[in-house]
Design a protein around this ligand. Structure first.
Ligand code: NAP
Length: 357
């Protein structure tokens, strides 16, 4: 029996020019000044109809430095009477708030932004648990605001091309998927990656990407088995998930904060196999082998650092008054957090935010 998998991302074509303007200028406010905020601010500057209006940081100097470097007009910080992010979400000239804090703070900041009537892009993993994810989605829907998890990979030309190939039937019916993402993260206790309240661990930080391949090729699974290694603080250093499907298909996903992995995704079908070499979250080289034929390799070009595609989607949705991206729907974020809740129950991982539910 053929499994029906909804792949809405196929609606976007890899040939779409990500730098083509799509309408009025959309003004952005960025919450936090860390690694991804900086990378995304650089790609935002490439879009002709997006403008960085404001930034907020816990620290005044950091907000000012970020604003100077990336050309934001306003810099807010916790050194005023109210937290910087609260001031930013209340700025009437901000159309979209980009939440680039650690996972543990996503819900609080995104909720404040929605309450203030702002459209929101929230970094991955969307939240810490499914309860938070459902609450944010319900709030966006009730208030008629745009909300999306920043799963940039879902918009990338390499990912779109991979799923075009799978959809074309070239590799036949998918029977299994394997994907991994890993690197040894410095064991710095101050790093969000090892901090429990920040939502530290491989699951929230990395597993969203290998999971994207399994979900894209086979959908969300019917059952799941997780094994992992937790450190003394209860943070998962690495985990392996085995997903099973009622039609017999399988997926094996590895995420690690203690070892380099090949960062490869393989989708194996009855007629052939597709592999994304070298990058599981930003495919730039796809190798396809049909049957016993020699493999062919497709090279993929990416504009900027690859974030322009998701940023353009946000801009386009806000311009058009669309609340939910058809390419990265709310259900994907909520179902992912439900699946992660199940993984955490099996591994014995809990976060302070869980107690709020
Ligand atoms: N899409 C991607 O490719 C990608 C890549 C990396 C990370 N991410 C995601 O982006 C988020 C941030 O990751 P990152 O690597 O940028 O982390 P990071 O470098 O540690 O930066 C996080 C920033 O958040 C603020 N922050 C830190 N602790 C906070 C707290 N307790 N409360 C409020 N704000 C706090 C800080 O900014 P201030 O000091 O200015 O307040 C900090 O610089 C995570 O959810 C992560 O999964 C996504």
């Amino acid at each position: 029996m053929t499994r029906h998998i909804q792949r809405p991302w196929l609606s976007l074509q890899p040939t779409d020019d990500p730098l083509e303007p799509t309408g009025r200028t959309v003004r952005w406010g960025v919450v936090a000044t860390g690694g991804i905020a900086r990378t995304v601010a650089r790609d935002l500057a490439l879009l002709p109809d997006a403008a960085l209006h404001a930034v907020s940081s816990r620290v005044h100097e950091r907000a000012l430095a970020f604003a100077r470097e990336f050309g934001a007009l306003r810099a807010y910080s916790d050194e005023g009477a109210r937290p910087g992010y609260v001031q930013l979400v209340e700025d009437p000239d901000v159309d979209v708030v980009y939440v680039a804090t650690p996972h543990g703070q996503h819900y609080e900041v995104a909720r404040a932004a929605l309450d203030a009537g702002k459209n929101v892009l929230v970094e991955k993993a969307f939240t810490v648990n499914a309860h938070e994810a459902q609450e944010l989605v319900a709030l966006a829907e009730a208030k008629g605001l745009f909300l999306m998890e920043a799963m940039w990979s879902r918009f990338l030309p390499g990912m779109l091309r991979a799923f075009d190939i799978i959809e074309s039937g070239e590799i036949g019916e998918v029977q299994w998927v394997s994907a991994d993402l890993g690197f040894p993260a410095p064991k710095d206790p101050a790093s969000r990656l090892w901090d429990v309240p920040a939502g530290g661990g491989a699951l929230l930080d990395l597993t969203v990407y290998p999971l994207l391949w399994a979900v894209g090729a086979l959908g969300f699974p019917d059952s799941l088995t997780a094994v992992g290694k937790l450190n003394d603080a209860g943070v998962d250093e690495q985990n392996v998930l085995t997903l099973s499907y009622s039609d017999g298909q399988l997926a094996s996903l590895i995420s690690s904060l203690v070892a380099h992995g090949p960062r490869t995704a393989t989708v194996a079908g009855t007629e052939g196999v597709l592999t994304s070499v070298g990058s599981v979250n930003n495919p730039t080289e796809l190798v396809v082998r049909r049957g016993w034929d020699p493999a062919r390799t497709e090279k993929i070009e990416v504009v900027g650092r690859g974030y322009v595609y998701e940023l353009r989607e946000v801009v386009r949705c806000v311009q058009q008054g669309v609340l939910e991206s058809p390419t990265m729907p709310w259900s994907h974020s909520v179902d992912t957090m439900r699946l992660f809740d199940g993984v955490r129950r099996q591994l014995g991982i809990s976060y302070p935010n869980d107690e709020r539910g």
